[in-house]
Write a protein that binds this ligand. Structure first.
Ligand code: HEC
Ligand code: HEC
Length: 226
């Protein structure tokens, strides 16, 4: 009796290990384990974005690779859930940098850490291009009970100089207009508290002394930006 149970347990363990081994061996193990040349990848991305033909080709390849990403981030990079970030229209460089941070484990999210670590350099670049060229159409946010005026005033005084008046990150900063409310709430909380590997000097400074309530109002206002 006891032996059978132990066999079952160790059998389950063996299956889990086998499953992991399969995942690791079918993934690009060399890409997952070696150090990526981040500067070379960023330079390659800039080159591609400046050349319309290369950009179209990369976006097409990224779309194909992104069919799996669509389960969470939507077919066109507009996610259907409030805690999952939209990727459509995002600066290609920002998307690449975030995926590199997930791949190295610096930014922490189990799903994204595993996914990014197992993609090739080229796949990461193509995906960044694909999402950058999608139209950032936004779904309406439920901002019931939030003070949008408070959110707006603070946004204009403390955030617009980098992310732009309308959140479109003109100067190469992150596009945040219409970003998902719960996702933005979590992101701002992490920058403030230095959690989840979201370490950024500029964001840490602007969020250093903001309250949870102000974060709620800011996230609501950002979700309404178009
Ligand atoms: C099972 C759900 C899931 C899948 C599939 C998924 N993601 Fe994510 N993704 C998330 C979650 C959750 C976050 C937010 C994590 C965090 O807070 O850091 C995220 C965050 C991101 C971000 C950061 C966005 C930002 O605004 O900072 C990028 C870029 C990203 N994902 C790209 C991808 C790509 C490319 C794929 C496909 C290869 C993919 N994701 C597949 C759940 C998923
Ligand atoms: C001095 C420039 C600067 C200012 C001012 C600034 N930001 Fe940022 N913001 C950044 C940078 C740079 C990043 C990307 C950091 C990273 O890589 O995680 C960022 C990222 C973000 C993100 C994460 C986006 C995502 O998709 O995960 C949000 C949300 C955000 N900022 C909101 C704000 C708000 C709200 C304010 C005002 C309280 C603000 N920012 C002020 C530079 C700035």
């Amino acid at each position: 009796m006891r032996n059978t149970r132990m066999w079952r347990v160790s059998g389950m363990f063996a299956n889990a290990v086998l499953g992991m081994a399969l995942i690791v061996s079918t993934a690009q193990a060399d890409d997952a384990t070696r150090m990526r040349d981040q500067a070379a990848m960023q330079a390659r991305l800039t080159e591609i974005m400046a050349d319309p033909a290369a950009r179209d080709a990369a976006a097409a390849a990224g779309k194909e690779r992104g069919s799996f990403c669509a389960f969470c981030h939507g077919d066109d990079g507009i996610s259907k859930k409030d805690w999952l970030p939209n990727l459509a229209g995002q600066s290609a460089r920002y998307t690449l940098d975030q995926n590199l941070a997930y791949a190295s484990g610096e930014r922490k999210n189990q799903v994204m850490n595993d996914l990014a670590a197992n993609m090739t350099d080229e796949e990461l670049i193509n995906l960044s291009v694909f999402y950058a060229v999608q139209t950032p159409e936004r779904l309406d946010a439920d901002v019931h009970g939030k003070d949008l005026t408070v959110g707006k005033n603070f946004y204009q005084s403390a955030c617009a100089r980098c992310h732009g008046e309308d959140g479109r990150g003109e100067k190469g900063y992150t596009w945040i207009a219409g970003q998902k409310q719960e996702y933005v709430r979590r992101a701002l909380t992490r920058y403030r508290d230095g959690e989840g590997g979201r370490i950024d000097q500029e964001m840490a400074e602007v969020t250093a002394s903001i309250t949870d309530q102000l974060i709620d109002n800011l996230a609501a206002y950002i979700a309404t930006l178009r």
